[in-house]
Design a protein around this ligand. Structure first.
Ligand SMILES: Nc1ncnc2c1ncn2[C@@H]1O[C@H](COP(=O)(O)OP(=O)(O)OP(=O)(O)O)[C@@H](O)[C@H]1O
Ligand SMILES: [Mg+2]
Length: 133
């Protein structure tokens, strides 16, 4: 498996595809089933947000190595409308649909690192990392 693979998110099937890709990479890296579930939930949430709010975009799964540690990095990016108030969407309870993953705050909780960059009318890029323990 290459260090980075990306899936374009255009329709709902692409959400399933990138989730499966993420699970395979997580397994390859040696994550246990619980962390695999955390990672795939985070990927689904981010891919679903792209599909719902930006129309389309891309999710990349990256094998990350830093200071001898291995991890899995998710990069979710789109050129959609952007998020006006990032602080507000990161507050627990803001999420609308009440899905299992609890939206972006849920993704932050499930992963070890979380970074969001968004510009109105330009798009959104979210990077999240899970480190192997
Ligand atoms: N990629 C994106 N582009 C534009 N807006 C986004 C994007 N991702 C999230 N948002 C905005 O941020 C809000 C919060 O997202 P979040 O995923 O936390 O909750 P939700 O999608 O509303 O509900 P849930 O994920 O629980 O179903 C969304 O309602 C949407 O307005
Ligand atoms: Mg969401």
């Amino acid at each position: 498996m290459e260090l980075q693979s990306c899936v374009k998110i255009i329709n709902e099937w692409d959400i399933v595809a990138v989730r499966q890709l993420g699970r395979n990479v997580a397994k390859e890296l040696g994550f246990g089933t619980v962390d695999q579930a955390r990672i795939t939930t985070a990927i689904s949430e981010l891919a679903r947000n792209i599909y719902l709010y930006a129309g389309q975009g891309e999710v990349c799964i990256v094998k990350e190595q830093l200071n001898g540690r291995n991890g899995l990095k998710i990069i979710a990016k789109d050129n959609g409308p952007g998020i006006a108030d990032i602080r507000r969407v990161m507050e627990d309870g803001y999420t609308t649909s009440g899905g299992l993953g609890a939206g972006l705050p849920g993704v932050k909780r499930l992963m070890d690192e979380f970074d969001i960059k968004s510009k109105l009318n330009e798009g959104t890029e979210i990077i999240a990392v899970k480190w192997l323990r």
